[in-house]
Design a binder for this molecule. Structure first.
Ligand code: UD1
Length: 359
């Protein structure tokens, strides 16, 4: 069975790593890795391949940045050529970035079956580009692998044949559990001259938070105030840095640093007293690491991290963020149990199911 595994942007890399590893061990699978080039900076891409031991991509599409239409179209044009040349039996996509959707459309139109890993997540907010990507990808995918049972319910509600839905757990957590010990050896807080457990870790990159001056200003003001109580470490996404400069926003109390690699970031996250983020992945990772997480969004496609995890949805209002921060500081947050099947074996289940398909 010939499979094209697709990655494009930062959050894809840690999801594909355990799947590629399992496929390599399967004698009946020939897997090729296609990198669309949606993310291209060394700090947003190469470092993850090194940290996670992901083999070099077999094909690189080099699409780069652009508007949604430009980026999606470029991926489609280039990926179609690869599919026609390689004639795979299956295309496997992960997550919800533009590359995920673009490659799914191409494969579906060529009659190539598609497997979607992390299917069924819904924020029910179509102003979020990822929500559109999730809806389109899941409508076209033949095999839908889910991380939590709420995703199964969403898919069934949308009319997906239950036989196509497989609840397998979370591949991102496979990667976290595998590398947790190696990350623990790094001691990143010492390098930053901060004390473990006594700093806040921030990430921010959602267009709804960083592209709107008043929203970004309010969030950064809250973070500056938090900076009066403890160091605030902020590995900053290129998009966010651009906006902060463009809008002339003061970041006096923030320790802004370049984006980190996987292991360094995992070390920092494990040691943080609190995480404030608008990332989807961090909501899941903090749940496993038992670190309180304030999500600076009005909705989440990952409700299991609130119901069973350390996540709290606080929105983007400055006062609400600060109120939640002080509650956590007083120790008022709930420790979590790991969600069902977030046990490090999701990729194993996925590859086993794929091997049993007759395409
Ligand atoms: C993308 C994903 C988002 C994911 C995020 C993780 C979509 C719609 N969005 O958002 O779901 O959570 O990745 O980071 O697919 N840039 C660089 N260097 C890079 C990549 C991007 O400087 O290597 C800058 C460019 O100015 C670019 C901007 O960041 O225009 C946005 O990049 P893009 O890939 O369009 O979206 P992200 O915001 O990274």
């Amino acid at each position: 069975m010939k499979i094209l595994n697709v990655v494009g942007a930062r959050p894809n890399f840690m999801k594909i790593a355990p799947i590629a590893e399992q496929m390599k061990a399967a004698a009946d699978i020939e897997a090729l890795l296609v990198h669309t080039g949606q993310h291209y900076d060394a700090g947003m891409s190469d470092v993850f391949f090194q940290d996670l031991g992901i083999p070099r991509p077999d094909v690189h599409l080099g699409v780069g940045s652009g508007t949604h239409a430009e980026q999606t179209a470029r991926v489609m044009v280039e990926f179609e050529k690869v599919c026609m040349e390689q004639k795979p039996d299956l295309v496997l996509v992960v997550g919800d970035v533009n590359s995920t959707m673009a490659c799914t459309i191409v494969a579906a139109k060529l009659g190539i079956p598609v497997a979607h890993v992390e299917a069924g997540l819904r924020s029910f907010d179509r102003s979020m580009p990822e929500e559109i990507n999730r809806l389109v990808t899941d409508a076209l995918a033949n095999l839908l692998f889910t991380t939590s049972l709420d995703a199964d319910i969403n898919l069934r509600r949308e009319g997906v044949d239950p036989a196509r839905i497989h609840f397998v757990g979370n591949v991102m957590i496979d990667t976290l559990l595998k590398h947790r010990k190696r990350a623990a050896d790094l001691d990143v807080p010492a390098k930053l001259d901060i004390e473990p457990g006594k700093f806040a870790l921030v990430t921010l990159h959602r267009p709804s938070n960083v592209d709107e001056p008043s929203v970004l200003r309010g969030i950064v003001e809250a973070l500056n105030e938090i900076g009066a109580h403890m160091p605030v470490v902020f590995p900053i996404h290129p998009r966010t840095l651009k906006r902060i400069r463009e809008f002339g926003i003061e970041t006096t109390r923030l320790r802004m640093i370049d984006p980190l690699g996987y292991l360094e970031f995992l070390n920092l996250m494990s040691n943080a007293g609190i995480v404030l983020t608008d990332s989807g992945g961090l909501q899941e990772e903090t749940t496993i690491l038992q670190v309180p997480c304030l999500t600076l969004r009005h909705n989440t496609e990952r409700p299991v991290t609130i119901e069973e995890g350390t996540n709290l949805l606080v929105g983007t209002d400055k006062d609400r963020i600060l109120e939640a921060f002080h509650r956590v500081r007083r120790g008022e947050w709930k420790p979590a149990g790991p969600p069902k099947l977030w046990d490090g074996r999701a990729a194993e289940r996925i590859v086993e199911i794929i091997r049993n398909q007759a395409f």
